[in-house]
Design a binder for this molecule. Structure first.
Ligand SMILES: Cc1cc2nc3c(=O)[nH]c(=O)nc-3n(C[C@H](O)[C@H](O)[C@H](O)COP(=O)(O)OP(=O)(O)OC[C@H]3O[C@@H](n4cnc5c(N)ncnc54)[C@H](O)[C@@H]3O)c2cc1C
Ligand SMILES: *[C@@H]1O[C@H](CO)[C@@H](O)[C@H](O)[C@H]1NC(C)=O
Ligand SMILES: *[C@@H]1O[C@H](CO)[C@@H](O)[C@H](O)[C@H]1NC(C)=O
Ligand SMILES: *[C@@H]1O[C@H](CO)[C@@H](O)[C@H](O)[C@H]1NC(C)=O
Ligand SMILES: *[C@@H]1O[C@H](CO)[C@@H](O)[C@H](O)[C@H]1NC(C)=O
Ligand SMILES: *[C@@H]1O[C@H](CO)[C@@H](O)[C@H](O)[C@H]1NC(C)=O
Ligand SMILES: *[C@@H]1O[C@H](CO)[C@@H](O)[C@H](O)[C@H]1NC(C)=O
Length: 512
């Protein structure tokens, strides 16, 4: 009788202990629907021993940095999954900087965040390059998921800066990899989706410290929608970093551009995309919830956000006064990432939550994709249910120079769905407010589904790996290159034959 009793106790304890693992958005926004336990080790060795134990008992494992992702796609649907939260494994060491070339490298551990490494480097006369991604995201999480900044001129996928990696594989062994052109292991490791194992350490390329200017101009929507692909390329490609914020409600674009200046240049601008005062937070929430059943309210809030976004969302670092005119100048990190202003919190701490959708197309097709989105906006209006952007920064249009990685959004590898990716990609990233009221539907929710399906069926789009739903990964699979998926799966099999690190994303695209 001992055995059945023991088994039922085990089942009971595992079902009792299963918990939701949330994204940064908190309750109601699961990254994993059910996990058994969250570990928070503080060394690489501890991560190794947790993986060894888990592998021995057949327990699924996923790493997590700061859960800065949007949907329930981090884990597989196995409630025995354990999470290894990496934020306390955050050492930085071995800075090398060659004064004459202005280039060097540094070794960081999985859970180092962009602000942390940027500050550390700045204190030592160095800086990250043009791969800096917004805010409090870990280097391990960004490299795993193919995260990117925005540039057609410079490499802007974070993993493009990686020179070496230590990955804890499915046996709990550390595998050391070095950057090698055209090597299947490296092509898999640079967008691994966490499926090869836990990225424990990365040696990344760094630059001598520099300052940056940021500028913004306003352009009529008609001008950009009327562009050829080459015209869009010509507008974006001169800059080390550039992106559009599209305001469909007022038919305008903001073009944000950045350039490099010597470190001695005057200026101490500091930006915060996500910084919100308590009063702004309460107002925005009331305004945006009001749009759940009212198109008019959404257009009113979009017009307000557009007006606010026209002025720089930058302060002066020392005195904290707002900078009111463009361009602004400051330290590379302060201008490209920044953080929070004093006494402010990120928007999600005021119950301002979002969904998003991000799809990449060849930049040559960028204007055509935007024109199609405009048609869909116009259709929603013709049907009396006009949709617009409900996010404080509008719709974010980013860019990426070609970077060869099997699962990268900007690789030139194509399968059955051919397209010319040789000039780079345009990413359409459409965040939207999720109401806190009622059943949390967005105004004209069906329209968002139609938008995604239309773009996936009419364009050879590739999904961002943490900014899309399971349904979108399923639909977009047909646009991915079968050969890349096959070769990725073969590398994955070598690293993790028991599928300890599986995820729903890996399952949907058939590489696990
Ligand atoms: C406000 C905000 C702004 C963002 N801006 C951008 C942007 O500008 N560009 C862009 O491309 N993306 C952006 N993202 C998406 C973000 O870059 C990715 O979701 C990134 O993976 C999150 O990193 P994280 O450290 O929080 O990891 P988590 O969200 O905790 O994990 C993300 C995924 O990576 C895996 N993972 C995490 N750490 C490791 C590791 N050490 N080894 C292996 N696998 C790991 C996890 O299992 C999970 O599948 C943004 C997200 C938010 C919320
Ligand atoms: C950023 O993340 C780290 C953990 O990685 C956390 O300690 C820190 O408080 C976060 N910063 C902000 C501003 O949220
Ligand atoms: C690719 O890189 C891996 C890991 O660094 C190495 O073991 C392998 O031999 C390389 N393959 C080729 C064909 O060079
Ligand atoms: C900034 O943009 C404005 C408006 O387009 C332009 O006149 C100005 O030359 C730009 N400045 C820089 C430094 O690029
Ligand atoms: C669109 O481009 C065509 C051809 O260059 C031009 O004739 C037309 O005026 C443009 N329309 C707008 C709205 O810019
Ligand atoms: C790709 O095309 C080939 C030849 O037409 C076909 O046999 C195969 O099924 C297609 N693969 C996919 C994934 O559509
Ligand atoms: C919108 O309508 C739904 C369904 O009628 C309701 O539950 C929800 O509370 C409404 N939202 C607001 C902000 O009034």
């Amino acid at each position: 009788m001992l055995f059945p009793a023991l088994i039922s106790t085990l089942l009971l304890s595992s079902s009792v202990r299963a918990e939701v693992y949330n994204t940064f958005d908190g309750p109601g926004f699961p990254a994993c629907n059910a996990v058994a336990k969250v570990y928070r080790p503080s060394t690489v060795d501890e991560m190794v021993s947790i993986v060894k134990d888990a592998a021995a008992s057949g327990t699924p494992v996923r790493a997590s940095g700061n859960a800065h992702m949007w949907f329930d796609t981090m884990c597989s649907d196995d409630a025995n999954t354990i999470i290894i939260k990496t934020d306390a494994v955050n050492g930085i060491s071995d800075l090398q900087l060659d004064a004459s070339s202005g280039k060097g490298s540094v070794v960081v551990e999985a859970g180092v965040t962009f602000p942390q490494v940027a500050q550390w480097l700045q204190d030592r006369g160095a800086a990250l390059g043009y791969t800096l991604v917004n805010w409090n995201i870990t280097l391990g999480g960004a490299i795993a998921m193919g995260a990117h900044r925005s540039s057609l001129r410079e490499d802007s996928q974070v993993s493009a800066a990686a020179l070496e990696m230590d990955i804890i594989n499915g046996q709990g062994e550390i595998v050391h990899l070095s950057k090698t052109a055209n090597n299947d292991t490296w092509l898999a490791a640079t967008t691994s989706l966490g499926l090869l194992g836990i990225i424990a350490r990365i040696k990344i390329e760094v630059l001598a410290d520099y300052k940056v200017w940021a500028n913004q101009t306003t352009i009529d929507e008609a001008t950009i929608l009327n562009f050829t692909g080459d015209q869009m390329y010509d507008q974006i490609s001169p800059y080390v970093t550039a992106n559009y914020w599209w305001w469909p409600g007022v038919k305008k674009f903001h073009l944000r551009t950045y350039g490099v200046l010597p470190v001695k240049t005057f200026g101490n601008a500091f930006q915060s995309t996500f910084s919100v005062t308590p009063i702004e937070g309460a107002l925005a929430k009331a305004l945006l919830n009001g749009g759940q059943n009212s198109s008019f309210a959404n257009f009113a809030s979009a017009a307000t956000f557009y007006a606010l976004w026209a002025a720089p969302n930058f302060h002066e670092t020392v005195l904290d006064f707002p900078l009111l005119s463009w361009p602004v100048v400051g330290r590379a990190f302060d201008v490209l990432i920044g953080g929070l202003y004093p006494n402010q919190k990120p928007e999600w701490e005021y119950d301002l939550h979002g969904h998003t959708l991000e799809l990449a197309v060849p930049v040559g097709m960028g204007p055509a994709l935007l024109r199609r989105v405009r048609e869909l906006f116009d259709e929603s209006a013709a049907e009396g249910k006009a949709v617009t952007s409900t996010y404080r920064s509008g719709i974010n249009i980013k860019f990426g120079k070609p970077f060869d990685s099997f699962l990268g959004q900007t690789t030139e590898r194509v399968g059955n769905v051919t397209a010319d990716w040789s000039k780079g990609a345009m990413m359409f990233d459409f965040p939207s407010f999720v109401p806190t009221t009622g059943d949390h539907h967005r105004y004209n929710e069906e329209w968002y589904t139609k938008l995604a399906t239309t773009l996936i069926n009419e364009f050879p789009v590739r999904p961002h790996w943490t900014k899309n739903t399971r349904q979108i990964f399923g639909q977009a699979l047909k646009n991915l290159d079968q050969d890349s998926l096959k070769r990725f799966a073969a590398v994955r099999e070598q690293f993790d034959p028991k599928k300890t690190f599986r995820s729903v994303v890996g399952e949907i695209i058939g590489v696990v």
